[in-house]
Design a protein around this ligand. Structure first.
Ligand SMILES: Nc1ncnc2c1ncn2[C@@H]1O[C@H](COP(=O)(O)OP(=O)(O)OP(=O)(O)O)[C@@H](O)[C@H]1O
Ligand SMILES: [Mg+2]
Length: 248
């Protein structure tokens, strides 16, 4: 099968640093993969995702999306294909605006048109759309985002990220700031929406329960290099103890 995203001999070194953050990364992401990225603090997981969505530029090597080098896509086209959610909702939401304003801005950006907050059908559509993500949010369209709970903010960020489903969703510890129950709910929701919309997903986590329960493949990093890869059948055969011993 041809790769959706291909990392070819990628290294990342920032000017001020002696050692590269990432080196010699070769990896192929296939359509509909759900890849779990593991590794200790500082092993390079977030940096890897930042290379994939072009927040960082590789010092050497190339990344291809559908066989085309990612820097050759227009910004507008690329930003519709790959969306990132992190643990920090400030990365994807305007927290001083209301829930509905955030929706209208996403819609405006995507469709390059202005939508009025007064349009009743927009309110109705979004309230209805949010039901699936968090029924409470449907009742808080006029609430300023910074007053929502952490779980509500992340559910809203997820809802908006798949309003116009991207091809690839990058999730950088997007459940890590939540309490265990909210984290579990958000993970189940994430799994449902990526499956429904056939979105390819790459998720970093320190939570081995999540790593065991979700995803079809595992990629473990150590000191900026690929340390271990498990394919689907290898992952299924692993115990949590073996996963811990094998990836860290
Ligand atoms: N912009 C930057 N400036 C300086 N150092 C950086 C920068 N980005 C990443 N690094 C360094 O690169 C290394 C990898 O960082 P990265 O955030 O990718 O790790 P991580 O695996 O995501 O860690 P964590 O599990 O703590 O989130 C760290 O040593 C970090 O300090
Ligand atoms: Mg990180």
């Amino acid at each position: 099968m041809s790769a959706l995203l291909e990392l070819n001999a990628i290294s990342l070194k920032l000017q001020s640093m002696d050692h590269p953050i990432l080196s010699d990364i070769h990896y192929r992401v296939l359509p509909h993969d759900f890849i779990i990225v593991l590794g200790s603090n500082g092993s390079g997981k977030s940096s890897l995702l930042k290379l994939m969505d072009q927040r960082y530029t590789a010092s050497s090597g190339k990344i291809f999306l559908h066989g085309k080098s990612i820097e050759k896509f227009s910004n507008q086209d690329f930003s519709k294909k790959i969306i990132t959610l992190t643990q920090n909702c400030h990365d994807s939401l305007f927290v001083s605006l209301t829930v509905l304003d955030n929706y209208l801005l996403v819609k405006q950006r995507h469709e390059s048109k202005i939508f009025s907050i007064r349009q009743r059908k927009e309110r109705e559509f979004f309230a209805n759309y949010l039901q699936e993500f968090n029924p409470n949010l449907s009742l808080k369209l006029d609430q300023v985002v910074e007053k929502l709970s952490g779980g509500e903010k992340q559910a809203l960020a997820l809802a908006l990220s798949v309003l116009y489903p991207p091809e690839i969703l990058l999730l950088d510890e997007h459940t890590s700031a939540l309490d265990p129950k909210s984290a579990q709910q958000l993970m189940a929701l994430t799994h449902r929406v990526v499956t429904d919309h056939k979105i390819t997903c790459i998720l970093t986590t320190h939570d081995l329960d999540i790593a065991m329960q979700y995803g079809n493949r595992i990629l473990a990093l150590k000191h900026g290099k690929i340390f271990k890869c498990y394919d689907h059948s290898e992952k299924n055969a692993l115990s949590q103890t073996e996963l811990l011993a094998g990836c860290y």
